[in-house]
Design a protein around this ligand. Structure first.
Ligand code: PLP
Length: 478
């Protein structure tokens, strides 16, 4: 039966979302569906079970399966951010690592990490590929995998996948890195000198702020819509006023907002950067994790000069540390920088990753993972509705596993309310959230936090979120 049932469930979800099925419509019976789809009845039962679990359908006794009205939580989305649009030094990022050390202890229920729960990662498939490739390449695994740009088969597999996204790349244009973090670091190193200004989203992934601090750059935070991503008008304005060297965006299901640029915005962003001679760096690390049927587009498909960074950390195995940069113009410089910094990437993980991609395991795994992410995101949203104060605003992303919460400012008992303090308080109770202020260089987002479903919603997480809600409510007047 394999993953066929996932595929069938995903197809039906997509039909429901596109309006092919309406609330109250009856799905074909198990026997009829198994005949039409030419699969076993047990495959259909498994697919319908998955739809039941996700709250997409309901079973009516002696009648059949019906499309259900999904409890769509009735939240307003957070407002467009309003940073001051002045370049700033980035300082104090050591705070983030200190905080992460505490949140990642095994005894802590972590409701904030932008990391998939290990239970939804294909550990057995990874193990098989590692063992198989270690045997097959017995003589090579203990030696360097040549030098950058890295393993050829892996780069071929990545080039093939990127061609499906409309990016025609030569394998020479792809450099394998230790995750997306190193891809971003080497890219910004190649593009900038200390003191240069980088335009980023607001709020922005804190790992990027770490890189900006490390390289001695300045960040200019650009107003960002929590649903539609970076404001192009504001970016244009910033480009008119400041000598911006590069602009970095997470184009699909961003961290921490979960925002995605539309195709038109991606195209317009690439054109805007080209017109203003600003390098556009696209971080697409969550792009494969959309809940819909169609993989979202990438800015690079609209302009080959876009520098594309990604990894398999959010989809397959953060521990393998396999990422890449794709850029014809920068590949040689990035190879040099990679060599100077860490020579090359580990050999065995590159072989294993190439094997996982070539054998189709990655695609099969993604099909199931996307459904699970959609379900767990839905459960997280419903839990926030149950426990958080009225007038809380949240993003409801269409992919990935993190969302952004904006707590109301009205009726707070103290004007100094800060989700960072709340985080420390919760850590005493072995619960972690990710506070808003680590996603900015400014004093903003103290009433915000990032939450994550992790891809699995458990009774333990539900209990922890209930406690988070209780403590938040205590910060408000009755
Ligand atoms: C937007 C974004 N870019 C890059 C990274 C770093 O990814 P990696 O673990 O592959 O280095 C993360 C991890 O949280 C991320 O959220």
């Amino acid at each position: 039966m394999g993953n066929l049932y996932h595929q069938i469930a995903a197809e039906i979800i997509s039909q429901i979302e596109k309006g092919g099925y309406h609330v109250g419509d009856k799905l074909p019976g198990v026997r009829a569906a198994s005949v039409t789809r030419e699969v076993s009845a047990s495959t259909i039962v498994a697919a319908y079970d998955e739809l039941l679990d996700g709250g997409y359908i309901e079973a009516r006794p002696r009648s059949g399966f019906y499309v259900k009205a999904r409890a769509q939580a009735d939240f307003l989305s957070p407002k467009m951010s309003q940073p001051s649009m002045i370049p700033r030094d980035v300082v104090g990022q050591q705070l983030v690592l200190q905080l992460l050390h505490q949140t990642q202890l095994a005894s802590v229920v972590n409701l904030g990490p932008a990391v998939p729960d290990v239970k939804i990662l294909p550990s057995a498939a990874v193990e098989k590929s590692v063992v198989k490739m270690a045997r097959l390449h017995r003589l090579n695994v203990c030696s360097y995998e040549l030098f950058p740009p890295g393993n050829l088969e892996l780069r071929q597999q990545i080039a093939k996948r990127m061609a499906l996204l409309g990016c025609q790349l030569d394998v020479k244009d792809i450099v394998i890195t230790n995750g997306c973090q190193e891809a971003l670091l080497l890219t910004l190193k190649a593009l900038t000198s200390p003191g240069d200004v980088i335009a980023i989203e607001s709020p922005s992934y804190y790992g990027l702020l770490q890189i900006i601090e490390h390289l001695g750059l300045q960040a200019i935070e650009i107003p960002t819509d929590p649903i539609q991503g970076i404001s192009l008008d504001a970016l244009q304005l910033a480009m008119d006023h400041w000598p911006i060297k590069a602009c970095l965006v997470v184009s699909n299901f961003s961290n921490p907002l979960g925002a995605s640029l539309s195709d038109d915005s991606k195209k317009a962003l690439a054109a805007l950067c080209r017109k203003n001679k600003v390098a556009l760096v696209e971080d697409d690390i969550y792009g494969d994790l959309g809940f819909g049927h169609q993989r979202p587009s990438v800015c690079k498909s609209f302009d080959e000069k876009v520098i594309y960074c990604s990894s398999f950390s959010k989809t397959l195995a953060p521990g393998l540390r396999v990422g890449w940069v794709a850029s014809k113009q920068l590949a040689a410089t990035i190879c040099q920088l990679k060599f100077m910094g860490s020579i090359t990437c580990p050999t065995i993980v590159q072989y294993a990753m190439a094997d996982i991609l070539a054998g189709g395991k990655y695609e099969r795994h993604l099909r199931g993972m996307r459904i699970q992410l959609a379900q767990s995101m839905h459960q997280l949203v419903l839990a926030i509705e149950r426990y958080f104060p009225a007038n809380t605003r949240i993003t409801q992303p269409k992919g990935g596993f993190v969302l952004w919460v904006e707590l109301p400012l009205e009726n707070l008992i103290s004007k100094n309310f800060d989700t960072y303090e709340l985080t420390l308080r919760l850590l005493d109770e072995k619960i972690a959230i990710t506070p808003g202020k680590i996603f900015t260089t400014t004093q903003k987002f103290k009433n915000c936090l990032r939450l994550s479903s992790g891809g699995i919603w458990t009774p333990q997480k539900e209990k922890a979120l209930k406690r988070v809600g209780e403590l938040i409510r205590q910060a408000y007047k009755e």
